[in-house]
Design a protein around this ligand. Structure first.
Ligand SMILES: [Zn+2]
Ligand SMILES: [Zn+2]
Length: 267
């Protein structure tokens, strides 16, 4: 059980706000950084994935590393996790520490612990975080319950450690993040009727590879889950042109947008 302050909207429910910190992939892109997202639920600020360059985006939206309370990793690939190193370094050697001891909980597949310990072996004291409590939480359940919201999880079809997330408030505001994945029934079940589906669409149909979606497969996902809105992300340069939105052929009246870095969406 996690206790935290809540931030109620005028309608009485919790506010959810998503910021796209990076809508790109491992491939360097002029406009898209490595995968990274910030989800604000009430007073909680949650980093979802964080590839290279993610942490540097936080000050651009007025968020400090000391505001981050939780991190959720969809999988261990470098374009989703690398900025953990500069983040831990910043927590270890900041220009000033906050008055109160800071705590960050990291939620990820159980194999993340070995990855984290390997980083500690490489960087040692540089990322020791002696004045910050970094708490690893292996995701073993399909539903994590916090005081003000739940996070439902489902295995994604990408790597054995890949997890998709559904953040949901008691009044049914929900964000589903696919992480990297191919189309799969797990994701269809997880994303059914969500408010916002943040879905990867890595490559064009003619370049389809296993473990990632293309316009055709993401359109199938959207049509079968009927989210209130969809944002397409994790876009390789080969897929990143103005025709992308038209290549995703969804049913009418399901709004789909292409992510832009630093875009913010109220859910
Ligand atoms: Zn990726
Ligand atoms: Zn990946």
């Amino acid at each position: 059980m996690v206790t935290q302050n809540t931030d109620k909207s005028s309608k009485g429910g919790l506010n959810l706000k998503l910021t796209i910190l990076g809508s790109g992939t491992s491939a360097p892109s002029k406009n898209r950084g490595n995968s990274g997202y910030l989800l604000e639920i009430g007073a909680d600020k949650i980093l979802i994935d964080g590839g290279a360059g993610t942490i540097r985006k936080l000050p651009l939206i007025g968020v400090s590393i000391w505001d981050i309370t939780k991190i959720f990793y969809s999988h261990l690939h470098i374009d989703h996790t690398l900025d953990l190193i500069p983040l831990l370094f910043a927590y270890t050697h900041p220009s000033s520490f906050p008055k109160n001891r800071h705590k960050v909980e990291i939620f990820a597949h159980k194999d993340f612990k070995a990855h984290y310990n390997a980083l500690k072996n490489v960087y040692g004291k540089l990322i020791s975080c002696k004045k910050v409590d970094i708490v690893l939480k292996a995701i073993r359940e399909s539903s994590l319950n916090f005081r003000d919201y739940t996070v439902k999880t489902a295995p994604a079809l990408h790597t054995p450690q890949s997890i998709a997330f559904r953040f949901e408030t008691p009044d049914n505001k929900s964000l589903v993040y696919s992480g990297d994945t191919d189309y799969c029934s797990n994701l269809v079940s997880l994303a059914k009727n969500c408010n916002l589906l943040l879905a990867e669409c890595s490559l064009p149909d003619e370049m389809a590879v296993k473990g990632h979606m293309t316009p055709k497969s993401v359109a199938r996902l959207i049509n079968e889950t009927r989210p209130k809105q969809t944002i397409i992300t994790h876009i390789y340069p080969e897929n990143d042109d103005p025709t992308l939105i038209n290549r995703i052929k969804t049913r009418k009246n399901i709004p789909v947008k292409i992510a832009e870095d630093l875009q913010q969406v109220d859910i």
